[in-house]
Design a protein around this ligand. Structure first.
Ligand code: GLU
Length: 470
């Protein structure tokens, strides 16, 4: 039998990092075992489900490159099937019509509470058949009255719940629509899901689902409940903590490899290894090695992983992601160095690709504004002579590459008997508009020679203005 996992998000918002991690663990486990991975959209909550969320979920999965082998299935397209199973449960005596009103059910709970008993439906309609006419009714599952349900959880170990604790849960509302626990059970059964990987916020649903599966004569899958992700305040990660939607991480300049690697480690470990290629993840990941306790989201660590991948992945590949950010920032990269070259010189200078794009604009666009503090510090009257001389030497170069450029700067300093910095810094401000750039010779070599000369003129004009004002 093929091992089958699934990711079953409700499309009521974007794909957040918790969901992405669940999807990753499900996907990895299927990959590792040569199994299938299903995407199932649990859109039965019509009011809260949106097409935009469905798109966001798929965008996130695609960006992270977690391809599903089956689906996407949509629960709203399976209502007939849910009806059929509800009928089956009624026919086999595993479900019953419940005519109790909401007020009556509340009263039952209050009564149980007053007696110090478990607050639940008291089973009033469990065995009754004296149905009132034309009255709405819900359908409840006849939960076993005694015995235990054991969840053999691959992460948390065995969890035993006594049936006495469990309610006769509603499987169909009075308008006939099925409830979450019923749809999940039918789907996991029909889709032959062998391993349910999900957040441990669902753990209280699991015994209910197991009981329904047993009543249906369906195989009970293995379960792996993954602990929550917490924000830096120790509370469950949510929108309050800032960027938690997967695509926000793309927008913020993270590589999908970095987010995946960060997420795989957030809740799972393999010795003290931190960096995992996709192949390594597939080989080494196992559900049983997941942490039992919640993990805290740590942006600094994500940044560290992102820097690792920006520096070590093939620059040509990183450049494809940088291209997206350049476009996003309106930088036309047609006239200028290949983005791959930018990646090579900027990767160890930034935290994100967004930042890389921001600091690389001068490679593609001329500017008239220069950084004010860099001007103040480095374009003083005394630098006019070095700028003029270095311009002359740079203009004379026939081989516009790093080594001769370096020599031209060096020779200027030697001739004027000043330190390299007295030539290099003004030149850097002239060529890039600011006081920070990668190694100057390489930076200039990536720029067009005529462009550099024109920018030196522009800087000399700034110096002249200062001289005139002093
Ligand atoms: N649709 C549920 C959710 O998004 C997940 C259900 C499941 O994995 O069983 O929380």
């Amino acid at each position: 039998m093929t091992l089958t996992t699934r990711f079953a998000p409700s499309p009521t918002g974007y794909l957040h990092v918790g969901g992405a991690r669940t999807a990753l663990y499900s996907w990895l486990y299927a990959q590792k075992n040569g199994g299938d991975f299903i995407l199932r959209i649990e859109d039965t909550d019509i009011e809260r489900s949106t097409q935009a969320s469905v798109d966001a979920i798929m965008d996130g999965m695609n960006w992270l490159d977690l391809p599903w082998t089956h689906g996407p299935y949509f629960q709203t397209q399976r209502f007939d099937r849910y009806k059929e199973v509800i009928e089956q449960l009624l026919a086999s005596g595993n479900a019953y019509r419940c005519y109790s009103t909401a007020e009556e059910v509340d009263a039952m709970r209050e009564e149980a509470k007053a007696k110090g008993e478990i607050e639940k439906y008291n089973g009033l309609w469990r065995e009754r058949t004296d149905y009132p006419e034309d009255k709405p009714y819900a359908i409840r599952f006849k939960n076993p009255l005694d015995g235990d349900v054991v969840i053999k959880d691959m992460v948390k170990g065995d969890i035993t719940i006594s049936n006495e604790q469990l309610d006769d849960l509603i499987i169909a509302r009075s308008d006939g629509t099925p409830t979450y626990n019923l749809t999940v059970v039918v789907d996991d059964w029909d889709m032959k899901v062998s391993h349910v990987v999900r957040g441990d916020d669902h753990i209280s649903n699991t015994p209910k689902q197991i009981n329904i599966l047993i009543a249906l004569g369906a195989a009970v899958p293995e379960y792996a409940h993954i602990p929550m992700i917490l924000g830096d305040d120790g509370k469950r990660l949510s929108k309050r903590h800032g960027a938690v939607g997967v695509m926000q991480y793309r927008d913020d300049g993270y590589l999908p490899e970095a987010l995946l690697n960060y997420l795989v480690r957030l809740g799972w470990s393999h010795g003290d290894k931190e960096i995992f290629s996709r192949e390594e993840m597939i080989e080494l990941f196992d559900l049983k090695d997941c942490n039992r306790a919640a993990s805290g989201f740590n942006t600094d660590k994500l940044i560290w992983v992102n820097q690792h991948y920006m520096k070590t992945l093939d620059p040509a590949y990183v450049a494809t992601h940088l291209a997206w950010h350049m476009a996003e920032q309106g930088i036309n990269v047609e006239n200028g160095p290949a983005l791959e070259e930018i990646v090579k010189i900027q990767a160890d200078r930034v935290k994100t690709l967004k930042e890389m794009a921001q600091i690389s604009r001068y490679f593609y666009e001329d500017f008239t504004e220069l950084d004010a503090s860099a001007v103040k510090k480095h374009l003083r009257p005394v630098v006019k002579a070095p700028l003029l001389l270095v311009k002359e030497k740079l203009a004379a170069l026939t081989d516009w590459s790093a080594a001769p450029i370096h020599a031209a700067i060096n020779d200027t300093a030697t001739e004027l008997e000043v330190g390299m910095g007295k030539v290099g810094m003004p030149l850097r401000v002239a060529a890039t508009g600011g006081g920070n750039s990668p190694s100057l010779d390489i930076t200039l070599a990536l720029l067009d020679q005529q462009k550099v000369l024109a920018r030196i003129d522009q800087a000399i004009a700034v110096v002249d203005a200062r001289i005139a004002n002093s």
